[in-house]
Design a protein around this ligand. Structure first.
Ligand code: FES
Ligand SMILES: [Fe+2]
Length: 440
C-alpha cells in the first residue's frame, strides 16, 4: 500500500481468493462433509408431482420422486446403466424405472430389475443407483446426504409442535454462496441500517432503534438477544442459529408499542440456508401460524410458495427499484458469487459473523479429527427448544440505562437457557413465571 491514503484504487488489494474451508460444499470438501452430517430440507412437498423433480443440492444433481406407494426417493440424476437422466424416469409401485432401457430401482437405490438381462444376471448384486434417505415433514422434504452409517436422528423443533399451529412452507433461491446468506442471520446491525435507517423502512421503524447486544453460545449453536428501549419497556428480541444452517428471528413486523409486557412470544419463520452448489443457494423455510407467533399477515399464507415470499423484498423486483430500495437479496448477491473474506475489514459490530465462522471452523476440525458432530436431537430429545422470540419487560430509564438494559437481557437469556429441558406448554408457563418478576 502506498503511503498516500487518497485515491488508492491502483494499490488496493485485488485478491479475490475465497475461504475454501467454509465456502465449498461438494463431496470431500471440509464444509461439504461437515454439512452432509445433518438433515436438510431439499424441496417443498408440493413440488413433487407425478413426474420426478430435478434438483441440485450440495453440488450434486439429484432426482426427487414419489413412488406409487407414496414413498419419497432421492437419487442421483444419472442412471448407472448408461447415464440417462432419471428426471425422465417413471415412478413405479416400488421405486423408479429408467426411461431408456427400463432398469428399475427401489427408493434406496437397489437395482430390482434389468429387463434386457437374463434372470440370473449378477448386475443386480453389483450395481447400485446412488440414493439418500428422505423424510417428509409438514410440507418439506428433508434428506440426509452423509455416510449412511452415521445417519442422525431426525430433529423436530418446538416451534413446529405448538398446539393447533400451522406451518406453511416456502422457498427462495439466491445466486451466491450459502455462507453470505447464513451470516446475515448473525448480523444484527444490517437490520438497523439496510432495513431501516439507510433505506425505506422495510419492516418497522423500531428495528432501527439501537440495540444492546448479548451473544450466547450453546452446544448446538448460538443465539443472541437485541434489547431496545421502547418508552418504559425493553423489547428483547432473540435470533437463534442451530448449526450448521437453521435460523429463526424474533418478530419482524409486530413488536412492542412500549405499553405492556410480553413473555417469550414466538418467531413467525424458520429458515434453512441450503447450498445448491458453491455459488447458488436456496432458502427452504416455514412460516409459522400459531397462537404464540406474531400476528400473521394475509400475504404470508400465499400458496405459490416458490420465489413468492420471504422475510423481506424479493429478487424479482425491477433492477432500478432494487437499487433505490435494496434489501437482503441485493446485499447478498452484491458481495459476489463467493465473498472473498481476505478483502473484508471485520469490526466490533461483526462479532456474530466472527463467532459463527469460528464455530463452523471448529466443528469442521472436530469432524476431521474423527468426532461426530453434535446433533440437535442428541443434545435434547425432540422437540428441540428453539429461541426465536420476543420478550418485553418494564424497566423505566435510569442514569446508567445501557448497563441496566444489559443486565436485564442477560437475566432473560439465563432464564431461557434454564428452560431448555422443559417440554411443551410447561416451558412457556415456566418462562412466564420466571420472566414476570423482572418487571420494575
Ligand atoms: S440408461 Fe438407464 S436403463 Fe439404460
Ligand atoms: Fe435482513
Amino acid at each position: 500500500m502506498a503511503t498516500n491514503l487518497r485515491y488508492t484504487g491502483y494499490h488496493q488489494d485485488q485478491n479475490t481468493a475465497f475461504d475454501e474451508e467454509l465456502a465449498l460444499v461438494g463431496r470431500g470438501t471440509p464444509c461439504g462433509e461437515y454439512m452432509r452430517r445433518f438433515w436438510h430440507p431439499v424441496a417443498m412437498t408440493s413440488q413433487v408431482e407425478d413426474v420426478p423433480l430435478l434438483i441440485r443440492r450440495f453440488g450434486e444433481d439429484l432426482v426427487l420422486f414419489r413412488d406409487k406407494k407414496g414413498r419419497y426417493g432421492l437419487v442421483h440424476r444419472h442412471c448407472p446403466h448408461r447415464n440417462a437422466s432419471l428426471e425422465y424416469g417413471i415412478p413405479t409401485e416400488c421405486g423408479i424405472r429408467c426411461c431408456y432401457h427400463g432398469w428399475h430401482f427401489d427408493i434406496d437405490g437397489t437395482l430390482l430389475e434389468a429387463p434386457a438381462e437374463a434372470d440370473d444376471t449378477k448386475v443386480k448384486q453389483q450395481v447400485r443407483l446412488g440414493a439418500y434417505p428422505v423424510r417428509e415433514y409438514r410440507g418439506l422434504i428433508f434428506a440426509y446426504m452423509g455416510p449412511p452409517e452415521e445417519e442422525p436422528a431426525f430433529p423436530i423443533y418446538d416451534t413446529f409442535e405448538i398446539e393447533d399451529g400451522e406451518l406453511v412452507p416456502y422457498e427462495v433461491t439466491q445466486p451466491c454462496n450459502w455462507l453470505q446468506i447464513a451470516e446475515n442471520s448473525v448480523d444484527p446491525m444490517h437490520v438497523v441500517f439496510l432495513h431501516t435507517r439507510v433505506n425505506i423502512v422495510q419492516f418497522t421503524e423500531k428495528l432501527g432503534y439501537w440495540p444492546v447486544m448479548d451473544w450466547r453460545e450453546r452446544p448446538i449453536g448460538l443465539f443472541y438477544t437485541k434489547a431496545r428501549r421502547v418508552n418504559d419497556y425493553i423489547w428483547i428480541s432473540t435470533n437463534d442459529v442451530i448449526l450448521p444452517n437453521f435460523t429463526q428471528a424474533g418478530a419482524v413486523y409486530e413488536n412492542t408499542d412500549g405499553t405492556e409486557p410480553k413473555y417469550f412470544g414466538r418467531c413467525s419463520f424458520t429458515r434453512w440456508v441450503v447450498p445448491v452448489d458453491d455459488t447458488n443457494t436456496t432458502i427452504l423455510a416455514y412460516r409459522h401460524f400459531n397462537k404464540r407467533a406474531e400476528t400473521a399477515r394475509d400475504e404470508w399464507k400465499t400458496p405459490e410458495a416458490l420465489e413468492k415470499i420471504d422475510i423481506g423484498e424479493l429478487r424479482s423486483r425491477p433492477y432500478k427499484e432494487r437499487q433505490r430500495n435494496p434489501g437482503d437479496y441485493e446485499a447478498f448477491i452484491g458481495q459476489g458469487p463467493i465473498s472473498p473474506h481476505v478483502r473484508e475489514n471485520l469490526v466490533t459490530s461483526d462479532r456474530g459473523v466472527a463467532m459463527y465462522r469460528l464455530r463452523l471452523r471448529n466443528e469442521i476440525k472436530k469432524l476431521q479429527a474423527g468426532e461426530v458432530p453434535l446433533q440437535p436431537a442428541a443434545y435434547v430429545d425432540n422437540p428441540i427448544p428453539t429461541y426465536g422470540s420476543d420478550t418485553v419487560i418494564r424497566l423505566p430509564a435510569s442514569d446508567d440505562d445501557e448497563a441496566a438494559i444489559a443486565a436485564l437481557q442477560r437475566q432473560v437469556g439465563d432464564i431461557y437457557e434454564e428452560a431448555d429441558r422443559i417440554k411443551g406448554e410447561a416451558r412457556y408457563d415456566y418462562l412466564a413465571e420466571r420472566l414476570a418478576p423482572l418487571n420494575t
